[in-house]
Structures are given as C-alpha cells and as structure tokens.
Design a protein around this ligand. Structure first.
Ligand code: PHB
Length: 390
C-alpha cells in the first residue's frame, strides 16, 4: 500500500534546518510536508552542540513559543587558554554582537512544538529511500513508514534537510561526492552533574591536547577533551576522564560530579559538490559538516535555510527563478567562510598526534598573535558570533 500526498515543498528531515524552513515557508503562504525517520522523542533527545550566533537567535526568537531568550544564556565572550594563561575574547566590545548557549535539542523542542501547533504536516518514523523525477517539474520523495507502508510526496520542490547521510544529496549529485578533510583526533564529550567550573566557555590548548569547558545549567555541565578517533568511550574510568580534563585546563580546578553521559564524537569537514539540481536542494548537514570547534553547525543550517526560503518564495509565489539560480553560490559563500573558521579554530587549538616541536611553537605563536592584537581578537569574534546574514 502506497499513499501519495501532494504539497508545494517536500522537506526530508525534521532537524533545525527542516523545521525552520517549514516555518519560513508557512509565513510566505507556502505549504510543506516534513518527514523524518526518527520519532519525536529521538529528535528531542539528540545531544548536539549548544552555541547559537546572534543572527540565529534573532531568527529563532521570532518563532512563537521560542524559549531562546528565557531558557538560553547570553554569552558575551569566550576564553582562549594556552601556555598556562587565559585570554578573554569580548564579543560585544569587538563586534557589537553576542552568542547564546542554548542546546540544540531545546531549540528542537521549541521548533517542533511551534510547527505542530501551527498545524504543520509533520510525519515521524517515515524514511525517505529516494527521489523520483529529479529532473522534472514535480519531483517525488519515495518513503516508507515504520509499519512498512509506502508514502510518495509529490511536490513543486524537494529539500533535503536529512543530515550527513542525506538521501536527497544522492539524488542531486548522483553519488555522495564532495570536498572533505579528516582530522586525526576526535572529542570525548561528557555531561555531568556538577556546578559550573566557569561562567563562559573555555577553549584550552595544552601540551596534552585540546579541551572545551562548556555549560548546560547550574547543575549540569558539558565538557570535551581531544582524544583518538578510535577510542572506546567506555574504556575510561570517571577518574581517568577527570584527570584528562583537569590536565588540559591548567589554571582552573574543575568542579567534578557524576558523569551521566559520555560519547566519542568523530568529525570531519565536508561540502557537497552540488547544493541544488533543478527542483531539488540540500541544506544543513546534508550539504556540509564542520568540526564542532567553531560551533557553526546549526548556525550554518539556519543561514542556508534563510537563503533557500527566499528563493522558494520568489519561485513559488512570484514565479521568479532568479534567486533559486543564485542559491548555491550564495550559500557556498558563507559555507566556505564557516569551513575555514571551523578548520582554523580546530587546527589552532588541537595538538596533532604527529606535531613536531616546530609545529607546537608555531601554534603558540599563532595563539599569541591572535589574543595580543585587537585585529586578531576581532577576526575571531566576527567568525564566532557569525557574519551578518545577507
Ligand atoms: C557545547 O556546549 O556542546 C559546545 C559549545 C561550543 C562548541 C562546541 C560544543 O564549540
């Protein structure tokens, strides 16, 4: 049994990109259907990074019911720590902008509630398997639900917001091709029950490698340290984890507490070769992934979606394909800036396993040249708080 539904825009993926897109489309009077292979509970529990750029926050705050300003915490700076000393980067001073610490799953709860409240056609447990008529005017998403029933969504436009293993990307580029680079390290991430060790995020470079001290609330903290990509997260005792973290943030005595979640996060940099083909486009992690050091992932997804929403409004409301023709180049412009920023923060702060003494001294020279110069600090602050949306 296969059911066919017709809509204007079929969106594969109910993550931040898909949900924000459906909101913006609805505001423009454009109907959409969203499918996601996960359940609502799974989506709301996915632990992801938590830093939102000023522009992302401004957009989320316009969505009814958003708690970003009440449950999120404004952060006016971060600390870069190296060579035993901390150096604060003051965002408002340098750029007039700030960031918010608001975990992605909290933003997702808001977005899901808002879209469901608005009557959005949103189907969980439905897995896209392919796209038919990818070259035509009415492409179709082929999908199957958890009970094995088929679903076809026929639309004027198909958007893949379906993450790094995107099915829609395959329909666009014919393969999973793109430009990428791997890193010889990963992050060991923990959530623990403890009070905050610092008011702001600490990005620390130490001879033992990188660590990031982040927060979640007054009673829950998120911390990461650089580890080997093939490390088994269960291979370390809590004492070993605390020792690894403490050694990487000399100068701060971390507040320790029970660790209730741990994971090894591998990452890479990736940009898909094609972002759009005819009436198909990809956004967010389907189009690109960045290492987490620059905290750009969700922000870049929102930036893609803003561009695509405007292009789709022009196409579907005013029959003007001009913006859509420029979509991929406009998106790529920011994507590569964010790729560079994420790579730069990563390479500046981590210690590669094969780093020579020269590499290490050069890295410390780079860090000093950033923090000692207002131009250097401003460059970092502009990237971190996010370049203004076009
Ligand atoms: C987080 O709090 O999970 C977090 C914050 C900043 C990053 C990455 C992750 O760069």
């Amino acid at each position: 049994m296969t059911t066919t539904v017709r809509t204007q825009v079929a969106i594969v993926g109910a993550g931040p990109a898909g949900l924000v897109l459906s909101h913006l489309l609805a505001e423009a009077g454009i109907a959409s259907v969203i499918i996601d292979q996960r359940s609502r509970e799974d989506i709301e529990q996915t632990i992801r990074a938590g830093i939102l750029e000023q522009g992302t926050v401004d957009l989320l705050a316009t969505i009814p019911g958003s708690r970003v300003h009440t449950a999120g915490a404004r952060h006016d700076g971060i600390e870069l720590r190296f060579d035993g000393a901390g150096h604060r980067i003051d965002f408002p001073d340098l750029t007039g902008r700030a960031v918010w610490l608001y975990p992605q799953h909290e933003a997702l709860k808001d977005l899901l509630a808002a879209r469901i409240g608005a009557g959005q056609d949103l189907r969980f447990g439905v897995t896209a398997t392919g796209v038919e008529d990818a070259d035509g005017d009415r492409p179709r998403v082929i999908a199957v639900d958890d009970a094995g029933a088929g679903l076809e969504i026929e639309a004027d436009f198909v958007v893949g917001a379906d993450g790094s293993r995107s099915v829609v990307r395959k329909a666009i580029s014919g393969s999973h091709g793109g430009l990428f680079r791997e890193y010889p390290f990963a992050w060991f991430g923990i959530l623990c029950e403890a009070g905050p060790s610092a008011d702001e995020l600490i990005y620390s470079n130490s001879p033992d490698g990188f660590a990031l001290i982040s927060q979640r609330s007054e009673t829950v903290q998120r911390m990461y340290f650089q580890c080997a990509p093939d490390l088994d997260a269960d291979s370390m005792s809590e004492a070993q984890i605390w020792d690894a973290l403490q050694r990487r943030v000399p100068g701060t005595t971390l507040v320790e507490g029970p660790i209730f979640q741990r994971d090894v996060l591998r990452f890479r940099s990736f940009v898909a070769k094609e972002l759009r083909h005819g009436r198909l486009a990809i956004v967010g992690d389907a189009a690109h992934t960045v290492p987490p050091t620059g905290a750009k992932g969700m922000n870049l997804a929102v930036a893609d979606v803003l561009l695509l929403a405007r292009a789709l409004e022009a196409l579907l409301v005013r029959s003007d394909a001009g913006l859509l023709d420029g979509f991929a180049d406009a998106a790529r412009d920011r994507i590569w800036k964010a790729q560079h920023f994420s790579w730069w923060m990563t390479s500046m702060l981590h210690v590669a396993p094969d780093a020579s003494d020269f590499d290490r001294e050069r890295q410390l020279g780079e860090l000093r040249s950033v923090v000692e110069s207002e131009a250097g600090r401003t460059y970092l602050a502009e990237g971190y708080t996010g370049w203004p949306f076009a």
